[in-house]
Design a protein around this ligand. Sequence first.
Ligand code: BG6
Length: 468
Amino acid sequence: KEESTLSITVVGASGDLANKKIFPALFALFYEDCLPENFTVFGFARTKLTDEELRNMISKTLTCRIDKRENCDDKMDQFLKRCFYQAGQYNSEESFLELDKKLKEKEAGKLSNRLFYLSIPPNIFVDVVRCASHRASSTNGWTRVIVEKPFGRDSESSGELTRCLKQYLTEDQIFRIDHYLGKELVENLSVLRFSNLVFEPLWSRNYIRNVQLIFSEDFGTEGRGGYFDNYGIIRDIMQNHLLQILALFAMETPVSLEAEDIRNEKVKVLRSMKPLKLEDVIVGQYKGHGKGGKSYPAYTDDPTVPKDSLTPTFAAAALFINNARWDGIPFLMKAGKALHVKRAEIRVQFRHVPGNLYKRNFGTDLDKATNELVLRVQPDEAIYLKINNKVPEIPDAYERLLLDAIEGERRLFIRSDELDAAWALFTPLLRELEEKKIFPELYPYGSRGPVGAHYLAAKHNVRWGDLS
Ligand code: BG6
């Protein structure tokens, strides 16, 4: 088998995203031995830096996920030694030719796969893709390009961007990233639905009343106002992260777990939805105040934001999926910056139980009587189901029953015919055990009990739940 090499070029290497997310992610993959044997990482940006300066810059952002992991420093050194830098202009084919030379040196004639991560503003995507594809694509392996949102500002500009990218790349080569799809809990959404019998049958308008997709951050645009003001929360969070989650949540069972099968189903969901109207949406923007001895800035206090900006930093929207499974069910989205808490959640509210016998226990707040499934994406990922239980009143069984007897409440007492029936079930067995002097199977004190219990369960194709 021919030995291959992988080079990953981070275009926009001196930027925020590259340093906060991409280099640390690459290091983590290296640490976990997930990168191929022969890999190199190239930083590419306009700033003039030496390899050493790049390494210094990156090294500040690398962490070992679990503190004090063994040989973390060693691993960091090994990783940094594989990092190189090429300064250049984003629209200069020459610069990419330079990069190509350096890549070839490292590849040493082996089969070379090249991945470009475009960590740059969208207005220069096309320039970079043009230069990279003309001058720096692999000649004997694959070339792939990861692009990060915003993919345009609306349908037209997004369509235009796609058309331009496709002049230089095939759809197969373009990897549009939505980092929410990489989050553990979002990935787990399909597992939850499609590999648990108890959820999928409930996953429709027959049992679900509404679905809520909530994104909340407890900080403002701090330093990112310039970017953010051009886009606003709907483009920044809803149209991508929350909508992706919605599509995964609502899609039909895909034919397989292959990318195309899943993407086919997601597209169907999106195409079954009507474009939003003004009346479907609420938008907001945070304002400053000085409550609780602390002062909080307004969005428009951000020096990079125009004072008269109308850009929403909060939005709530109601969406509907016009298909047999979801007809009429509201999918509510809410996304905001500078809110009281940092949290991302999917909340599924189930319908009321028809003719609920316990209705009066919930007074007028009937919503409390329904089940809710909560999928907390972050922080502290969790999946929990709210189940209605009795509110404990009197903790001790004897106290309660005594009181019931005093009050003449018979519900928890056994009627004589009930008692007869209960005995009738066990009496013949008990007699036989005694008459035939059946020996009980011995089992060690503190063990899980006699092995015979397992055989009994197995006879009925059952395994006991583990009490550990
Ligand atoms: C980004 C948005 O896509 O996601 C940011 O541009 C937002 O505005 C961020 O803060 C949230 O990502 P995470 O992973 O921190 O929830």
